[in-house]
Design a protein around this ligand. Structure first.
Ligand code: SF4
Ligand code: SF4
Length: 92
């Protein structure tokens, strides 16, 4: 039986930088709904940006601008966390 390695002998893992890995587009398998925003209601709290699991909320500097539907999977978290109900999930 092969001898097991100790943790000290394992190579140090590297960190994968976001720019170092290809982003997998999610638009092809979205849930069937997508977020739609009424920007007149938006107070730019950026909670949607913070909670989106796919980094699909887009900003211009520190200002909310919308969604990148190539990466949105339609989970609706952004709509749930928006404090002013500016985001609504709508059918594709
Ligand atoms: S629906 Fe989900 S994946 Fe799409 S923008 Fe909102 S939080 Fe992100
Ligand atoms: S959570 Fe709502 S109010 Fe906050 S930035 Fe997003 S859309 Fe605007």
């Amino acid at each position: 039986m092969a001898e097991l390695s100790t943790w000290e002998s394992l190579p140090i893992a590297g960190a994968v930088r976001p720019s170092g890995a290809p982003r997998t587009k999610t638009g092809g398998w979205r849930t069937g709904e997508k977020p739609a925003v009424d920007v007149s209601l938006c107070v730019n709290c950026l909670l949607c940006w913070l909670y989106c699991p796919d980094s699909a909320v887009t900003l211009s500097g520190e200002t909310f601008t919308g969604f990148d539907l190539e990466y949105c999977k339609g989970c609706g978290i952004c709509a749930d966390v928006c404090p002013v109900a500016a985001i609504e999930m709508v059918p594709e």
